[in-house]
Design a protein around this ligand. Structure first.
Ligand SMILES: [Zn+2]
Length: 94
């Protein structure tokens, strides 16, 4: 059993999913690069249950958030995780 997996985190609800590959995660409903968007570029990072309107991407594009200072802690964590991709989504299942 391969213990090394992709570790996806929903930026809205905090759900964590472990997958063998991007296709498996996409089929499970995740919006995540490289299937949706591009690594290190701000876009939705959500599970299948959460809408695009809950994302940092949405907040930035609608002007709800204009700078790092405006961001909630959840949004800051999301930003830092996105900027660190793909290293931040590689991991062991634990
Ligand atoms: Zn979610």
């Amino acid at each position: 059993m391969d213990k090394f997996k992709l570790r996806y985190v929903c930026e809205n609800c905090g759900k964590i999913g472990f997958y063998h590959n991007e296709e498996e995660a996409f089929q499970d409903g995740w919006d995540y690069p490289p299937k949706m968007g591009t690594y290190q570029v701000i876009g939705p990072r959500t599970c299948g249950n959460c809408p695009i309107t809950s994302t940092l991407f949405w907040a930035l594009n609608t002007g709800q958030v204009k700078s790092f200072d405006d961001m909630s802690l959840k949004q800051r964590v999301t930003l830092i995780r996105i900027l660190g991709e793909p290293g931040t989504i590689l991991g062991n299942e634990y």
